[in-house]
Design a protein around this ligand. Structure first.
Ligand SMILES: [Zn+2]
Ligand SMILES: [Zn+2]
Length: 365
């Protein structure tokens, strides 16, 4: 079928909105008419060629929409259902069978190849194969194919233009705080980086009952948002002060839990220096750079440095919890969302990179 998609043709180039041909759903696939798609920094890293992606590809991995077709093996959703599209996994490896799907052994291929497991691309334009299985969805398009592994049914009246934002970055921040580290009642918490992931963590720390919630960022208006969402103290890194000292002062010794969402080695080192004895620092982003953390504060203080993917959240279990919290006014993530029409995808990406918009969500009419 003919669809409209934002195609990434060359690394670093703007996405091109064009007509492409999408395969009919196979027996295990679900065709979704996309109503909304969140933009996450991983899309930009993929567009710029910083991830193991081969172009041309349709990016987008925070889709939401209506089921328009199902293969013969699909039983969990039917035509007309409203669904969120979540990150895919292989479903067969040991980690997946243990329910730890964010650590799927085949995650790189499933997430970044943009291909089905049999190597087919799902879409084409003329003779050119276009990879349309990014995170198992490629939702920067009017229509996307997914499978039962990565669709989550939501009520018919669900506000998809907001809920698309609840499928990757926000659950990464919130899941790290609620599922992994975890932040407990009366504990002290700090987040480094107040983007969508970091602010998801701030809202979750409020839910968890942390007493001190500190947000650290270089963009002043993000820190204002952090305060509105419940941060008790903010630190502007452009201010030139000693961040670790300020955190120790504010908490009376250091934080029980710190989440770094920046992946910047110097900030991760500062985060470890800002921990209380037996504190834990979770890191959710990072590249090939060396961290060079001194061993002594970790060993002597019994501190932990812990990598986390996807907030270790099982989307089908965790996202409904976040929706329920939101309905009770306890996870006001929609305040971070700004909607853009699909044709403004490149402007939305630029606003996300500059920090003007914390969570852009594209909408299709
Ligand atoms: Zn797997
Ligand atoms: Zn993402």
């Amino acid at each position: 079928m003919k669809i409209t998609a934002a195609v990434a043709w060359r690394a670093g180039a703007p996405l091109e909105i064009e007509e492409v041909e999408l395969d009919e759903p196979r027996d295990d696939e679900i065709l979704v008419r996309v109503a909304a798609a969140g933009i996450c920094h991983t899309d930009m890293h993929a567009r710029d060629g910083h991830l193991p992606v081969e172009l041309p590809m349709i990016l987008g991995h925070e889709g939401a929409g209506t089921v328009e077709g199902v293969g013969s093996d699909v039983t969990q959703v039917a035509v007309g259902d409203k669904v969120l599209l979540t990150p895919d996994y292989c479903g067969r490896c040991r980690r997946c069978r243990m329910g730890q799907t964010t650590y799927c052994d085949n995650l790189v291929a499933v997430t970044f190849s943009g291909l089905r497991p049999d190597g087919s691309p799902r879409a084409r334009q003329g003779d050119a194969a276009i990879r349309a299985a990014f995170f198992g969805q490629s939702s920067f398009a009017s229509h996307a194919l997914a499978t039962e592994r990565n669709v989550l049914k939501v009520p018919h009246d669900a506000p998809l233009h907001h809920l698309a934002a609840l499928t990757c970055g926000l659950p990464t921040g919130a899941g790290s705080v609620l599922n992994v580290v975890p932040v407990t009642v009366g504990s002290s918490f700090a987040v480094f980086g107040a983007g969508a992931v970091g602010l998801g963590a701030v809202m979750a720390a409020v839910v968890a009952g942390a007493t001190e919630i500190i947000a650290v960022d270089r963009v002043a208006h993000r820190l204002e948002t952090a305060t509105e969402l419940g941060a008790t103290h903010v630190i502007h890194t452009e201010g030139g002060g000693d961040v670790a000292e300020e955190i120790r002062e504010h908490t009376g010794g250091g934080c029980d839990v710190i989440l770094d969402t920046t992946g910047v080695p110097a900030l991760i080192r500062t985060a470890v220096e800002s921990l209380d004895t037996r504190g834990t620092c979770g890191i959710v982003a990072g590249s090939g750079q060396d961290l060079s953390i001194p061993a002594a504060p970790l060993v002597r203080g019994g501190r932990t440095l812990r990598g986390i993917i996807g907030g270790e959240a099982i989307p089908g279990v965790f996202v409904p919890k976040l929706i329920a919290l939101h309905e009770r006014g306890r996870f006001p993530f929609d305040r971070l969302v700004r909607n853009y029409p699909f044709r403004q995808i490149n402007e939305a990406i630029a606003d996300s990179i500059s920090g003007t918009t914390i969570k852009p969500v594209l909408t299709f009419v």
